[in-house]
Write a protein that binds this ligand. Structure first.
Ligand SMILES: Cc1cc2nc3c(=O)[nH]c(=O)nc-3n(C[C@H](O)[C@H](O)[C@H](O)COP(=O)(O)OP(=O)(O)OC[C@H]3O[C@@H](n4cnc5c(N)ncnc54)[C@H](O)[C@@H]3O)c2cc1C
Length: 463
């Protein structure tokens, strides 16, 4: 029986990062993976969607090239070529992670892991089985698309995000169930590719966790690009028939589309790995952990989507680093207060910390500064004038509490605010920092100035 200091189950962005950090800290480390190295993020999540996002952006730019004085002739789009490009990027990144694991002398064991006891794991791969031990074990088994029986997800015409990423032809029509992050990202992609797209959403708005003004920018763009959005509607049934799909709503309306995408959430990969037998505390399918990422069973840690905290790759990785440190006898605590998040709609959305809406709901007094893309020279030059930067601050201490950005490169801009928050910076600190001109980050500086009614390039200053 092979013995390790640390065994990680699952090689997604949680697991592989935890394994590398454990190895860096001197632990003899193994990682078990039943499918592909890189997990959801690299193979069916963050990376493939963003590769396709840039195909969509390039297509959109080509369509509007004449506005920039560039004549490209008739523009056409080949989804199979875009998917081929996406596959190449995924392959390159997966290969890179495999090299990193090898370079850190981490034993990669292929197969399905099952916990016989807290430190003993059985790995099955076809007919072969192996038992290994780990002084500490980190569960990083992630999540999968939620399969709703009533929606008849046949993976041919009724699809999850996984199959959507491998479509070789643009469907003429697409109905997306769920107007959350994933639904809106895929609606953006396929509307740009040329599908006639409809989103159906149970709640009163799409992107309901975002500030109203932010969600409104995307709703407006959807309107302009022909994406129809039905809110406060419930899907009763989804039935594949005659090569198409019939979606029936509770109010009796029916729609026939070529494809349906179900984007209503994820289920956690916590069943069938022996956790119940070990008495691990669970919370509706999620593995319960403390701030050290340890479960109620000593030496057994859990990280990433399977903990159900925030289903984001960088959260999984950060949790992985915290778990690896604690497994190595160091003390590290997970802090969720400054987690940036991005949404790849067009324009992009990004946020960190407190949103204005959240402050209102919780009755937290805040001061807010806003700066529009339309007033930025760089954004004008780029032809990306939709959106704004919004900073939320503590009126007493002037500390930055949060930020929401909707607009081009929002997901890149948010990093500055995250660093400022981590450093305990005030709004004045950002406003006093000289920002290069002409750049998009100038808008963060102007939004900071606007908190005190002092933005230079904005009229209608506060008194
Ligand atoms: C379409 C889509 C787009 C996304 N876009 C973004 C984005 O832009 N930014 C972002 O931050 N996040 C994004 N996410 C979320 C992100 O992919 C996840 O939060 C992240 O992958 C979670 O990492 P993880 O390590 O916890 O789990 P996963 O990446 O799911 O990896 C878990 C791994 O464990 C393996 N495994 C499971 N059970 C076993 C077992 N018993 N034995 C052995 N191996 C096992 C699985 O095969 C898998 O490889 C997206 C997700 C999707 C679906």
């Amino acid at each position: 029986m092979r013995e390790f200091d640390c065994v990680v189950v699952g090689a997604g962005p949680g697991g592989y990062v935890a394994a590398i950090r454990a190895a860096q800290l001197g632990a003899k480390t193994a990682i078990i993976e039943r499918n592909k190295i890189g997990g959801t993020c690299l193979n069916w999540g963050c990376i493939p969607t963003k590769a396709l996002y840039y195909s969509a952006k390039t297509l959109d730019k080509a369509r509007h090239a004449a506005e920039f004085g560039v004549n490209v002739g008739e523009v056409s789009f080949d989804l199979s070529k875009a998917v081929e490009r996406k596959d190449g990027i995924v392959k390159k990144l997966v290969g890179g992670v495999e090299q990193l694991l090898k370079g850190n002398k981490i034993e990669v064991i292929r197969g399905n892991a099952y916990l016989e006891s807290a430190g003993k794991i059985r790995v099955s791969n076809g007919d072969a089985t192996e038992e290994i031990t780990g002084k500490s074990v980190i569960i990083a088994t992630g999540s999968e698309p939620a399969m709703i029986p009533a929606f008849n997800i046949d993976r041919v015409n009724v699809l999850t995000s996984t199959e959507m990423l491998d479509l070789k032809q643009v469907p003429e029509s697409l109905l997306v169930i769920g107007g959350g992050v994933m639904g809106c990202e895929f609606a953006t992609l396929f509307a740009t590719f040329g599908s006639s797209v409809m989103i159906v959403e149970l709640l009163p708005t799409i992107l309901s966790t975002e500030d109203r003004m932010v969600a409104r920018v995307i709703a407006k763009r959807f309107k302009e690009t022909g994406v129809s959005v039905l809110t406060e509607v419930q899907v009763e049934s989804v039935t594949p028939e005659n090569g198409k799909v019939k979606t029936r709503l509770k109010d009796g309306r029916e729609f026939i589309t070529e494809k349906v995408m179900v984007a209503i959430g994820r289920s956690f990969n916590s069943a069938g790995i022996g956790l119940d037998k070990l008495g691990v505390t669970m919370d509706r399918g999620r593995i319960a952990v403390d701030e050290r990422m340890e479960t109620n069973v000593k030496g057994l840690f859990a990280i990433g989507d399977v903990t159900g905290k925030m289903l984001l790759a960088h959260v999984a990785s950060t949790q992985g680093i915290v778990a690896a440190n604690n497994a190595a006898g160091k003390v590290a605590l997970m802090d969720y207060s400054i987690i940036p998040a991005g949404i790849f709609t067009d324009p992009e959305i990004a946020s960190v910390g407190l949103r204005e809406k959240e402050a209102e709901e919780k009755g937290i007094p805040v001061s807010v500064g806003r700066f529009p893309y339309a007033a930025s020279g760089k954004a004008l030059g780029m032809g990306e004038t939709e959106g704004f930067v919004q900073l939320v601050a503590d009126p007493g201490t002037d500390k930055v509490l949060g930020c929401s950005i909707v607009g081009a490169h929002a997901t890149d801009l948010i990093g500055e605010v995250a660093v400022a928050m981590k450093a305990g910076a005030t709004v004045k600190d950002i406003a006093d920092t000289v920002h290069a001109h002409p750049t998009l980050p100038e808008m963060v500086m102007e939004a900071a100035e606007d908190v005190h009614g002092m933005a230079i390039h904005k009229i209608g200053r506060k008194k």
